[in-house]
Write a protein that binds this ligand. Structure first.
Ligand code: NAP
Length: 525
């Protein structure tokens, strides 16, 4: 067993001396050994000082060196083998195939960012050559490239203990950008965090990088995490988790002497809009597919379909029949943590006892710490007058809003908060109505999908996992896919630089062979 309750600072594994936290077996609530020492204020100070010292040399590592580092992390995570999967299963209650898939995704996104770094396009290199003869005034020589913003604090989420945690998308994109990372381990999966933290630390050492390039801290309370965001050496925060947690960290970041951006991915109910022709043609089948998506991973996906919007009629009745039949057979499922189970049970209870809400179906009851799935219905009129019905219930619970006509559907969409995804189900006869609704959907969500559900987020170059608040704190960004790197970059212009001082990315002769915009035209010149 290689889990020793240790954090990582400056390449050293050490046990924190500020209290102790334990992992919990998600399926039975039992304490898992060993205890993890919480970081002290001195640990936090040391991690921040080392990250600051690492920043300058690390951000100027060659593109190839940085890519090799990301690939080394991926290889080290793969080499953790079954110990990682077994510990993660115990801590999260998630099944083996799901976690093996998530490990593949985590490794895959590290490799994708290695490719992004080698490509160099993220540097956005531009050259506007001087025009000394220009009249009435000569033009200066201007060159632009992106540089890394500085050390980044990363807070992972409980529901993706690998892909959104210690070496998840935030860490991978920050390291790719050239930022040292200090990760705050999630208390729901400390053992998983230590194993992955060791894999990253080993890659730092093996690749000969500055020792402050990466640190992992445990927090026995909230002091260390909050202190990390408040520390003047941290220049940006990546967060995935609850709305309460994200907004608390945003406030701390905004009240610093030098405020910094917090890229927080928070809550979303991922509306599904069902159009009439699709419902008439295959309402029952859509209902069954919807339930399958709703119950996936006990509903603990940020892209879980928590809201359905549709016009009343036979098609919607068929949908509700299909969805309810499938849900009734669904066994209760282990949830990630006792806290999430409690919040889910309370959320379902609150929805079920709301004066305007009817219970359509419940899944099967189960043992302790298991979530029982639920589908509710409400009229559009009632939904529009009760903003609390939009609150995320994290788990397999969804609310179907019955509308009288197209105008009411548009009103419901207009009243929605920002979302990660919106799914529409359409047939050809629905195209005109869908086109009419599309501008509203674009203004609401980061990703719009046709005849599917938002669960299952492809890691690629055209993916947006983001959206207006509260889906994220900054709807101009994404936390999944290669575009995520831009959160941790900042453009710098170089005016009238002699060739000897020009950064390589924008140097005369293009020594890095980058695709650059010279006088606005993209080319490898
Ligand atoms: P969480 O409770 O907010 O925890 C996330 C991290 O933030 C943990 O490290 C936690 O520390 C820390 N934290 C929370 N509140 C804090 C505070 N006030 N001060 C300092 N640190 C704080 O979220 P979670 O339970 O892991 O995840 C479930 C939620 O995440 C759901 O609402 C889900 O929808 C959302 N989520 C969103 C996305 C997305 O992309 N939008 C993705 C996944 C999940 P501790 O470890 O000490 O608790």
């Amino acid at each position: 067993m290689t889990i020793l309750g240790q954090q990582f600072i400056g390449g050293e594994a050490l046990k924190g001396a500020n209290g102790e936290i334990f992992g919990v077996n998600a399926s039975n609530g039992e304490k898992l050994e060993p205890g993890f020492g919480g970081a002290t204020k001195a640990d936090l100070e040391r991690a921040c000082a080392l990250a600051e010292a690492a920043f300058r040399p690390y951000r100027e590592t060659s593109l190839e060196d940085r890519a090799l580092f990301l690939e080394a992390i991926a290889d080290n995570i793969a080499a953790l083998g079954d110990e990682l999967i077994e510990r993660c299963m115990a801590e999260s209650g998630l099944p083996r195939p799901r976690l093996e898939g998530e490990r593949g995704r985590t490794i895959g996104q590290l490799r994708m960012f290695a490719g992004v770094v080698r490509d160099g396009g993220f540097l956005e290199a531009r050259v506007d050559p001087a025009m000394p003869e220009r009249k009435p005034l000569p033009r200066v020589d201007l060159r632009l490239r992106n540089i890394a913003v500085g050390p980044v604090a990363v807070f992972g989420a409980s529901n993706f203990p690998l892909a959104f945690s210690v070496a998840g998308g935030d860490t991978a994109s920050a390291l790719a950008a050239g930022c040292p990372v200090i990760a705050k381990a999630h208390s729901a999966h400390p053992g998983t965090s230590e194993l992955v933290g060791r894999a990253v630390s080993k890659a730092v050492k093996d690749r000969g990088l500055p020792e402050g390039t990466f640190a992992l801290l445990f927090d026995s309370g909230r002091e260390i995490g909050q202190g990390l965001v408040a520390d003047h050496r941290i220049k940006a925060v990546g967060f995935t988790g609850s709305r309460g947690g994200g907004t608390a960290l945003m406030k701390i970041a905004a009240s610093r002497k030098q405020p910094i951006p917090v890229y927080a991915e928070m809550s979303s109910i991922n509306p599904v809009v069902l159009f009439p022709a699709a419902l008439t043609a295959r309402g029952e089948a859509i209902g069954k597919a919807f339930t399958a998506s709703l119950i996936l991973g006990a509903g603990q996906f940020c892209t879980n379909p928590g809201l359905v919007v549709a016009i009343e009629g036979e098609g919607l009745d068929a949908f509700l029949k299909g969805a309810a039949e499938a849900l009734t057979e669904t066994p209760a499922a282990v949830m990630l943590t006792p806290g999430i189970h409690k919040a889910y049970s309370e959320g379902v209870e609150k929805l079920g006892s709301h004066a305007s809400v009817e219970t359509l179906a419940r899944g099967q009851e189960g043992g302790t710490l298991r979530g029982r799935s639920a589908i509710f219905t409400v009229s559009a009129e009632a939904f529009l007058s009760a903003p609390e019905l939009q609150e995320e219930v994290f788990g397999s619970s969804s609310l179907v809003v019955r509308c009288r006509n197209e105008e009411e559907v548009a009103k419901v969409v207009d009243g929605l908060e920002g979302q990660l995804t919106v799914a529409i189900h359409i047939d050809e006869a629905d195209h005109a109505a869908a086109a009419k609704l599309l501008p509203r959907l674009e203004e609401t969500a980061g990703r719009i999908l046709v005849n599917g559900f938002g669960t299952g987020v492809e890691v690629g170059h055209a993916m947006v996992h983001g959206g207006p608040f509260p889906a994220t704190s900054d709807g101009r960004t994404t936390s999944v896919g290669s575009l995520a790197i831009y959160r941790f970059l900042r453009p710098v212009s170089y005016q009238d630089f002699p060739v000897a001082l020009q950064p390589e990315a924008v140097k005369d002769g293009n020594p890095l062979k980058l695709w650059r915009r010279v006088d606005g035209k993209l080319g490898q010149n």
